[in-house]
Each structure stands twice: as structure tokens, then as C-alpha cells.
Design a protein around this ligand. Structure first.
Ligand SMILES: [Zn+2]
Length: 54
């Protein structure tokens, strides 16, 4: 899904991801178990709206 911006390790199984909303933006707070770095991935409302609705 995503990779650590610091060491490049995959965050799929080794990292911690917390999903939350800030206004209309969807944000993922990621923690890398390999190097301990934290990063935030932001999906804006415009990006989220591209997902098909069922
Ligand atoms: Zn890392």
C-alpha cells in the first residue's frame, strides 16, 4: 500500500497505520517499525471522490 519515506520499508505488515479524517480530507498516519519514522499520507476530498460509489 505505502512505503516508508525514510528507509523504503513496506508499511503493509510491519508498520502501523491510523486512519482518520480532517475536515473533508482523509489522512493516514503511518509509523515505520523498521526505522521508527512517522509520516502522514493525505488523500484530499477530490481524490477520495474518484472512488466509485456502490
Ligand atoms: Zn522506515
Amino acid at each position: 500500500m505505502s512505503h516508508c519515506a525514510v528507509c523504503g520499508a513496506t508499511l503493509d505488515d510491519a508498520g502501523f497505520v491510523q486512519e482518520y479524517w480532517v475536515g473533508d480530507d482523509r489522512q493516514f498516519l503511518c509509523w515505520c517499525a523498521a526505522c521508527g519514522a512517522m509520516s502522514t499520507v493525505v488523500l484530499t476530498a477530490a481524490v477520495v471522490s474518484h472512488e466509485p460509489e456502490h
